[in-house]
Each structure stands twice: as C-alpha cells, then as structure tokens.
Design a protein around this ligand. Structure first.
Ligand code: ZN
Ligand code: ZN
Length: 337
C-alpha cells in the first residue's frame, strides 16, 4: 500500500510523493497522522543544518489515530488516539540506564533519522506513543513534544516562587516557556521580541511586561533569564541581565557553527548558573497532564494549518516570521479533524 508523504530528498529539495506505507513491526503502531507541527528543527533539517540523513520524511511533533497495531502491542488498539514522543532511546545504554534518555548512545528520532509525521501514516514504536484523551484535539496533541522540551528545560533551571524571569523570544516555545514559568510560581515574567504581534501573544500567555528590545531593561536583576531564540548574540547577552547568584537557561537551538563570546569575569563575579537544555527526558506524561487539565493552553498558538504540499511555504513562514506566524501545523490528510 502506498501513501502521500512529504520527502526532503536533499537539503532544500522537498516534494510530496507516493511512498510505501512504512512496515509495522511487532512492537509498533501505525498512526494515521492528523496533525504534524513544524518547528525550527524542521527548518534546520530542510536546510541541511541538522542531524540525520537524506532522504527523510520530517515531522517529529505529531498526533493521530491508531490504524494498525503490531502483535506485541499492549497499550493500544485500532481507533485509539495517540500523540508521539519522537526521540527513541535504546533503554539499555549507560545514559538510558541513568534516566538520561535524551543522550542515548543509540538515539534515533522519528522525523529526523526515521520517517516522521509529515505523511499520511507513520510507524511508531509503542514505547514512543501516548494516549491522547478525548478532550484534547489532534492539534493540541501535536504540542506534547514541544511542551515536554519546555518542561525539561525548566526542570534543568527551575523557577522559584516569586522569581523575576526574563524570556527572550516570543515564538511558540518562548510563549510556552512563559506559561510554564507562570505555572511554576514566577512572580513576574518579562518577555522580549522584535515582533509587536508576538508581544501581544506574550501578554495573553502570562507575561507581565513586554519589550521590543533588551535595551533599557535593568541589568543584573533577573533571577532567571531564558533564551528562546538560539541566536548566539542574544544567548551571550542573557548573562548581563541575570542577577548575582541567578541563572541563565539556554533553551533555543543555536546554529551548528554558532560561537558565544561571554564576559568571563562577570560570570565569575555573579556566580551565575549557566544551564543548557537538550530535548526532553520522558516528560511526555507531564506535558499531557498539563494539556488535559488546561493548565497549559496551546490552541491559541496555532497560527496556520496547511496541507502537506505547503511544507516549503511553512518553513519559509517560520524563517521569515511573516504573516504573524506562530505554530504551523500540517494536516497530512487535509481534513478529518
Ligand atoms: Zn520541534
Ligand atoms: Zn540508550
């Protein structure tokens, strides 16, 4: 049986074409994909600036309906709704055995090294699939993965009650970081983005103060500064705004060849905690719980829903920030939601 899939043949060359439906192993489920989110990682993959090999079917933030279940599958039956954790860990290497699955020595990922969710169907190991409750839409389910990364980041650099938090960048991840920081007890969140419409979203997501530039913000004053841009120059500036004894969380993915120029003495004198965060480590159940209970709201973050054929346009929207783009969702079958 064949299906329509978006295939990145090589960097900057993507097309929708007919490919075989992926084989379903004994421990796998086949998911009919209903919603598949695009993020900066997909833009990096499209440009050839990420891990993984080509050709690849991208899509690592997706949800759908179980269309087939392998003989060894115990938690799902055909017709169940599911969201997917794309990073696959072996479970038996030293990092896996130390609860650091995100550093698995035999890591692979749906939509990066294996066929992902930008297709009518995706084969997913059962261990990577999570039940999507009826009160969540497929669009909301597709946020399980990005939200799990946000939760992991804030586990690495915790917010304490009353903290003054600065979030640089108000894209979908920056907005989720603001929501999560508020939920975690932040006293006030200041959010910075050049884009005025994103700043309005920031206020709706809990930011108490918004700015179009870092200039004029008080230096040495925030308990936690979060970079949600991955732009090296902004990552470096984050340290200026953290208070003595405060923390910086570098959350956004920088370019592969990015370099930081940092004020060494200031970091020393302020006793800063400099923390980075890479993907997530089994934070999906936490993410689902917060989505199911409405503690984290993601539907307003979806700015565009597009068919598979518009993948390249979606990447361009994300790269340029045009049309007040926030989260772009691809609906592989263009309907049925
Ligand atoms: Zn992503
Ligand atoms: Zn492993």
């Amino acid at each position: 049986m064949n299906m329509q899939a978006l295939v990145i043949e090589k960097p900057r060359a993507a097309c929708v074409r007919s490919v075989p439906v992926p084989p379903v192993g004994e421990q796998d489920i086949l998911i009919e994909v209903k919603a598949s989110g695009i993020c900066g990682t997909d833009a990096h993959i499209f440009r050839g600036e990420y891990l993984g090999t080509y050709p690849v079917i991208p899509g690592h933030e997706f949800s759908g309906v179980v269309a087939e279940a392998g003989a060894g599958v115990t938690r799902f039956v055909v017709g169940d709704r599911a969201a997917v954790e794309p990073n696959l860990a072996c479970g038996i290497c030293p990092p896996c055995l130390s609860n650091r699955q995100n550093f698995c020595g035999r890591w692979s990922a749906l939509g990066v090294t294996r066929p992902g969710g930008m297709a009518a169907y995706a084969a997913v190991p059962e261990q990577a699939a999570f039940k999507l409750e009826k009160n969540l839409s497929f669009l909301e389910g597709a946020f399980m993965e990005p939200l799990s990364c946000v939760l992991h980041g804030l586990e690495r650099a915790p917010v304490r009650f009353g903290d003054r938090v600065l979030v640089v960048g108000a894209g979908p991840m920056g907005l989720l970081l603001t929501q999560a920081a508020c939920l975690h007890g932040a006293g006030a969140v200041t959010q910075v983005d050049r884009n005025q419409s994103r700043l309005e979203r920031a206020q709706e997501n809990g930011a108490s103060q918004v700015r179009q530039s870092l200039e004029g913000l008080p230096q040495d004053s925030f308990d936690l500064v979060v970079d949600a841009t991955g732009v090296p120059a902004l990552m470096a500036r984050a340290v200026d705004f953290a208070r003595k004894g405060g923390a910086v969380l570098w959350f956004g993915a920088p370019p592969r060849d990015g370099k930081l120029e940092l004020p060494a003495f200031s970091i020393f004198e302020k006793g800063l905690s400099l923390v980075s965060s890479y993907t997530s480590a089994r934070n999906s159940l936490q993410a689902l719980a917060l989505l199911e209970t409405g503690k984290i709201r993601v539907s307003p973050l979806v700015s565009h829903t597009l068919p598979l054929a518009d993948f390249a346009r979606a990447v361009e929207l994300i790269e340029t920030g045009r049309d007040n783009v926030l989260k772009v969702m691809i609906l592989p079958d263009s309907g049925g939601l």
